[in-house]
Design a protein. Structure first.
Length: 105
């Protein structure tokens, strides 16, 4: 089990930021040889796009496309929706990111 906390500079819509976090998490898990990969997050719309393999023609579509390419060409993946109240670890990492500059693994 592992977690990653990283700042990404820029101004993004919340769904795009969630999708980017998933993409960074996938890269981290693959580089760390952590398989199978189970991703849990509280962005239901993003989970649905990934599970249905829908790539919208928008900013989030670019990130969803990149995630789909990784998933299609790699090992076992699972995407799960977890309500925000049940995901205290992710909430703690998000708060840590606000106070930290750089990367925390």
């Amino acid at each position: 089990m592992a977690s990653l906390c990283r700042n990404v500079e820029g101004c993004f819509e919340p769904r795009v930021a969630e999708a980017m976090a998933i993409l960074l998490g996938l890269h981290f898990a693959l580089e760390s040889c952590l398989v199978p990969i189970v991703l849990e997050f509280d962005a239901l719309r993003v989970v649905n796009l990934l599970k249905l393999k829908v790539v919208p023609d928008s900013k989030i579509g670019v990130v969803i496309h990149d995630i789909s390419n990784i998933v299609d060409h790699s090992c076992s993946f699972s995407f799960n929706f977890v309500p925000r109240l049940a995901n205290k670890v992710a909430h703690g990492l998000a708060k840590l990111t606000l106070a930290y500059r750089g990367e925390f693994v």
